[in-house]
Ligand binder design. Structure first.
Ligand code: ZN
Length: 245
């Protein structure tokens, strides 16, 4: 049986990728022979499917998987596995510098100030392929969900305000059941992460509420204003729920 792909976090924990040199280094000991700080990956010769040419590709073995290094480079640079196969701009399959990698079929070159060319899918294409690949829904389906939720998270009922690492406001995440894969609703990054961190465990989430209540109650007991019991503990989770009234 084919193992599921490792997550960005799992790979990033073990492997460091240098986008300027194309080198991969182990961040931790992975076996008795392979120690943290050593170079990751080994070259394998493969015959190209259409041209029949034999070329060398770097593969990295980890956690029972054999990962193509160009895909790992893409994952560690972009935070997600490439939606398309990764190609080599100069045709040299051992040149794993990020400037030499591009996704097939998406050739809109981005030339940065230092003259380096990189190839990226458009934002729309990324969203399209991400949605299709991971959730099986189209951009139109997403837009319909967004409209029906009035652009707000289904848990905190706020629009997304968090920014991604490029400083752009995030889009609401497509929340899905991790057991069945069924799509639920759109959630903001914080609420979606909260469910993920709690592993969708309702007991954990309820226990967290009880925990907050308990400490809020004990905070209020230390408050000089008269308290008559739990019923007086503020339940108005406004901007400043602990303000004296
Ligand atoms: Zn939310």
């Amino acid at each position: 049986m084919k193992l599921p792909e490792l997550t960005y976090e799992e790979v990033n924990e073990a492997i460091a990728y240098n986008p300027d040199t194309g080198d991969f280094i182990w961040k931790k000991d992975v076996s008795n022979n392979v120690k943290a700080g050593s170079v990751a990956g080994s070259l394998k010769n493969c015959r190209h499917r259409s041209t029949g040419q034999i070329k060398s590709y770097l593969y990295i073995r980890y956690e029972g998987r054999e990962m193509v290094a160009s895909r790992v480079a893409w994952l560690l640079s972009n935070g997600e596995w490439p939606a398309q196969s990764v190609q080599f701009v100069d045709g040299n399959t051992t040149n794993l510098k990020i400037s030499n990698l591009k996704l097939s079929k998406f050739k809109s070159a981005v030339v940065s100030v230092d003259g380096r060319r990189s190839y990226k899918m458009s934002k729309d294409a990324q969203r399209h392929y991400g949605l299709k690949r991971y959730y099986g829904i189209s951009v139109a389906d997403y837009a319909e969900m967004y409209r029906s939720q009035d652009g707000k998270c289904s848990i905190c009922h706020q629009p997304e305000l968090g920014k991604d690492r490029h400083g752009n406001i995030r889009v609401l995440a497509v929340d899905h059941c991790h057991k069945t894969g069924k799509i639920r609703e759109l959630l903001c990054y914080a609420c979606n992460s909260m469910l993920g961190q709690a592993r969708d465990n309702k007991q954990t989430l309820l226990a967290a509420i009880a925990y907050l209540d308990k400490h809020e109650a004990s905070d209020n007991l230390g408050n000089p204003s008269p308290q008559t019991g739990l019923a007086d503990v503020c339940t108005d989770y406004g901007d400043n729920p602990c303000a004296e009234r």
